[in-house]
Design a protein around this ligand. Structure first.
Ligand code: BGC
Length: 341
């Protein structure tokens, strides 16, 4: 049985109330706020039955309203990078805000992570809805979007549905930063990970995929068998992982990634309907943010598994399509399964 309760989390500078929803099962407690659909707390038990909060974040709303690297938030209208913030749809050119080097990232200056959603309690969870206006952050068409979090036993499901009035790119994900040792632990080097992907996307110096779809075989991106994260990161030329791993259609809803933290026994398994996973090892965290309970978050103190479409897909016809047309429904789900070993 999952209990769903709610309270007031805080007020935005404009005075609007932000609500917090607490979903609790025997194994997992998760808290989500109506600002940015942000997961602010996620507690699971270790092998001795002790609970810890395993996601990075802040103690109060102010932290989430201020600039931060998308802790726990829902990202859209298009998660990840769009080269030079430009694309063409139905013969019309669009230019988005440039907010990451020469590129546009994570929906622009005020993406889905920075807006207030309308919440509604549902069985075992909460549904948030939002209407993104035609032209908002440069994107075409009015987009109605629903994000539903449900917790059943040890599995948290996140479903994204959307409809548009005009053809638009859509790519929505959740950007939780996990540390299975408990948030505030200094690194993730003692975590073991496997990602069941035969291909990954190499990127250029601005982090845009080159367009090649490379086999992982024989590279440091071969994570098909569990590897220790500390030693694997040490082998990379890059400062850590920040790459899209390609899922196959046949893998839909199968377990596609698994993270094991031996000292605590915590295991996180992922299933998804999405075609890719951006595996990011928090390379840009630098310890300057004041996190929950006074925690600091240095480089590599968390990992993200952002299930999503492939970066810059709107400009790369060889990548799976991310255009949503009027009359179609966008419908994607990711399941986070927590257990101990
Ligand atoms: C990107 C990183 C970025 C992080 C925070 C991830 O999705 O791949 O490069 O630093 O989000 O913006």
């Amino acid at each position: 049985m999952t209990s769903v309760t709610s309270d007031v989390y805080g007020s935005l500078p404009g005075g609007q109330t932000v609500k917090r929803f607490r979903l609790q099962s025997e194994f997992v407690k998760v808290e989500i706020i109506s600002f940015g659909c942000i997961i602010t707390c996620l507690e699971t038990k270790d092998r001795h039955g002790n609970s810890s909060d395993i996601v990075l974040g802040f103690d109060d709303l102010e932290g989430y309203v201020d600039k931060h690297p998308y802790f726990g938030a829902v990202i859209g209208r298009v998660a990840n990078r769009i080269a030079k913030g430009s694309f063409t749809v139905d013969g019309k050119d669009y230019l988005l805000p440039i907010n990451n080097g020469p590129n546009s990232i994570h929906g622009g200056l005020k993406g889905f992570d920075k807006v207030l959603w309308t919440p509604e309690e549902v069985e075992n969870g909460v549904q948030f809805s939002y209407t993104s206006g035609d032209g908002e952050e440069g994107y075409p068409g009015e987009l109605n979007i629903w994000v539903t979090y449900t917790l059943v036993g040890n599995e948290l499901a996140v479903n994204y549905k959307a409809k548009t009035s005009k053809t638009t790119p859509v790519n929505v994900t959740n950007h939780s930063y996990f540390n299975l040792a408990g948030q505030g632990s200094k690194d993730i080097y003692d975590h073991e990970i496997s990602i069941d992907a035969e291909h990954y996307l190499p990127v250029d110096e601005t982090m845009i995929p080159t367009g090649d779809i490379n086999p992982v075989e024989g590279t440091n991106f071969d994570l098909r068998k569990p590897i220790n994260l500390g030693s694997q990161i040490a082998k990379l030329q890059e400062s850590g992982f920040d790459h899209n791993f390609c899922m196959k259609e046949s893998q839909k809803q199968q377990i596609c990634a698994r993270v094991f933290h031996k000292p605590s026994g915590r295991v996180l398994c992922l299933r998804t309907t999405q075609p890719g996973i951006q595996f990011y090892t928090a390379n840009f965290l630098d310890g300057s943010l004041k996190g929950k309970g006074g925690a600091v978050y240095p480089k590599h103190s968390a990992f993200c598994l952002e299930t999503q479409a492939w970066p810059d897909a709107v400009n790369k016809p060889q990548f799976p399509n991310i255009l949503l047309h009027c009359g179609e429904e966008y419908n994607q789900t990711t399941w986070f399964q927590f257990s101990v070993e």
